[in-house]
Design a binder for this molecule. Structure first.
Ligand code: NI
Length: 255
């Protein structure tokens, strides 16, 4: 069995076909989905999907590129759902310096990231972290504001050297489509260096479709290609990988 720990079935590219996507995914063994929000609307949509499908769980929160116009009412309204039985994490939260380049924007992102970690800690939920081109600041915040229930470095893009710090913080490494890209030397190195029991898998669907589907609309059924690549890089049996990763994922999100 496979747990896709980061997908966006709440994205408009997939939303109309969720029935079909879940049926197809179940056929290849994907039987749990963490649908991740990025703003108020998508977080509420993730909860709706989690209520409709027993296989779906929701993560709610504000992506760093969407924090600028969040009102206090929006924040409170979304986070109140952390008591919902199928809301299992806060995410995706973090820093994105690729899209946001001014000091003012970055400062707002940092403050918002810290606030969301605190909220996750208050409700005893793990977090799912988005980091793009902001690794040092991201790690500094995580060191100073430790996510007490742990979390996942979604689509980990740091170096193999920084791994130690990330793992010491109690975080897991999320591996997805980027691991399968032909030029993914760094991610393959990370996969090799990370103990299997610290890895979870994810698709980030509809984004980041794995090779050879790269460039197409991604869905959770493609996660099999990520598992194949982990098996190749780590030279371990697929069955062993599936067993270990599934347990790690269920333990992290308490499902
Ligand atoms: Ni995502």
């Amino acid at each position: 069995m496979i747990f896709d720990t980061h997908c966006h079935l709440n994205d408009e590219a997939l939303l109309a076909n969720v029935d079909k996507i879940i049926t197809e995914s179940l056929k290849v063994g994907v039987d749990k989905f963490l649908v991740v929000g990025w703003d108020k609307k998508s977080s509420l949509e993730a909860i709706k999907l989690a209520e409709k499908y027993p296989e779906v769980f929701a993560a709610i929160g504000f992506h760093p590129s969407n924090v600028f116009d969040v009102t206090e009412t929006d924040y409170q309204e979304v986070m109140a759902y952390l008591t919902h039985p199928k809301v299992v994490a806060v995410g995706e939260i973090g820093l994105d310096y690729h899209w946001n380049k001014t000091a003012e924007e970055r400062n707002t992102q940092k403050q918002f990231f810290i606030r969301q970690i605190k909220t996750a800690n208050e409700y005893k939920k793990p977090i799912t972290i988005h980091n793009r081109e902001a690794f040092e600041d991201c790690l500094n915040i995580l060191k100073q504001h430790k996510p007490v229930m742990g979390g996942v470095m979604h689509c980990y893009s740091g170096s193999a050297e920084a791994l130690k710090v990330v793992l010491e913080l109690g975080l897991l490494i999320g591996l997805g489509g980027t691991l399968t890209f032909t030029n993914a030397r760094k991610v393959k190195e990370v996969c090799m260096e990370t103990p299997l029991e610290k890895i979870v898998v994810e698709t980030d669907a509809p984004y980041l479709a794995p090779h050879p589907q790269r460039g197409t609309i991604n869905t959770p059924k493609n996660i099999a290609l990520v598992i194949d690549e982990i098996a190749k890089v780590k030279n371990l049996s697929k069955k062993h990988i599936l067993d270990v990763i599934y347990k790690t994922s269920c333990d992290m999100f308490h499902v």
